[in-house]
Design a protein around this ligand. Structure first.
Ligand SMILES: [Mg+2]
Length: 353
């Protein structure tokens, strides 16, 4: 298979409502779409940059132009050679590389005549995802929780990390509103000091919380270690776990119990498989998470999760909050995301020309 032409198109997508976390708030998602043409086939991918990997729409577009030149006319049979070439062409820019990587996997699975999860070795076509509720006042959070549970979600992720006492009150109100059978998860997005995070965890544990994502800042290894040892809610690393080396350091430091994997952080499917291999050998179960992304890359992450036994949870929900999504074909039923059965990623992409 040969890369004949690569198209790059940045698009700003409006969210239905602003999404607030400990680090800030946003009402748009900036997405850079990529189409890789090979003969009569087209592979689709997209990048959703975030400050976690120090990327933005401009840096990603630049990186993709470099990558497009480096990959022009290249023959490939496996994705590994392409991701290595991308790393030689430009440093960093994992979400830019994720966009190209998923387009390459899309092409290969199309050529194999298999949906991507089956191409990657998976058998099931669906998994349950949670829905995330941003930071908002207690009444609004309860209304959202009830709405999402009525839509079929069996797990909710509540954003915390601004003020631990009010976070506990909001969590209590959500638990009382949804009852005992809905799984609740929390994400601090680096917002707490380790002492506040421990106070939060000790007060929140009675609401039966599955895990506590990235409570403290990325540089706070001692805080993460103290919490991993003392928090009654298991700690999960997210912003701190970008590369495979990061996960090795987390293991050596005993600074987490679980890891949130994201295509956009690690640089696509091939690199996420590498990061997960370290997670698995460290004894860290993983979640498959996302940035603010459309159905296309959410579907790519779902396909990978379906083929990865170590992925125990899905947090693939950002497309539900987009006002309009130029990509379509991902179904949601009974709390489950269903991977398209067409060959490849299987998502229809309709972009302005
Ligand atoms: Mg997170």
């Amino acid at each position: 298979m040969r890369i004949d032409l690569m198209e790059i198109l940045p698009v700003t997508l409006q969210r239905k409502e602003p999404f607030a976390i400990a680090r800030g708030s946003s009402d748009i998602a900036e997405i850079i779409f990529v189409a890789v043409h090979s003969g009569r086939r087209t592979g689709h991918g997209c990048a959703a940059p975030s400050e976690v990997t120090r990327e933005n729409v401009h840096s990603v577009t630049n990186a993709l132009q470099f990558i497009a030149r480096a990959l022009s006319g290249v023959e490939f049979e496996r994705p590994g050679s392409i991701v290595d070439r991308m790393d030689r062409a430009t440093q960093g820019s994992p979400s830019a590389k994720a966009a190209v990587d998923m387009a390459i996997y899309d092409l290969l699975a199309q050529a194999a005549g298999l949906p991507l999860y089956a191409y990657l070795g998976g058998r099931l076509d669906r998994l349950p995802t949670d829905m995330t509720i941003g930071i908002m006042d207690k009444e609004a959070a309860v209304a959202r929780a009830q709405h999402w549970v009525a839509m079929g979600f069996r797990a909710l992720k509540i954003k915390v990390g601004r003020e631990w006492r009010s976070d506990v009150k909001r969590l209590k109100a959500v638990r009382e509103a949804v009852g005992p059978d809905i799984e609740l998860r929390v994400d601090g997005n680096e917002g707490y000091s380790w002492a506040d995070a421990l106070s939060f965890a000790r007060h929140a544990q009675r609401f039966n919380i599955a895990f506590f994502e990235q409570p403290v800042a990325v540089g706070d290894w001692e805080g993460m270690r103290a919490l991993t040892e003392s928090s009654p809610i298991p700690i999960m690393a997210d912003e701190m776990a970008v590369t495979a080396d990061d996960v090795k350091k987390l293991r050596w430091s005993n600074a987490t119990r679980m890891v949130n994997l994201k295509l956009m952080k690690h640089g696509g499917i091939a690199r996420t498989i590498e990061v997960n291999t370290i997670c698995e050998s460290a004894g860290y179960p993983a979640m498959m998470g996302c940035n603010g992304e459309p159905q296309l890359s959410i579907a790519a992450a779902l396909h990978l999760a379906l083929a990865t036994r170590n992925v125990r949870w899905l947090d693939l929900d950002s497309h539900f909050n987009l006002q309009s999504d130029p990509t379509a074909g991902l179904r949601f039923d009974g709390g489950m995301l269903l991977a398209p059965s067409r060959p490849g990623i299987g998502i229809e992409v309709t972009l302005p020309t």
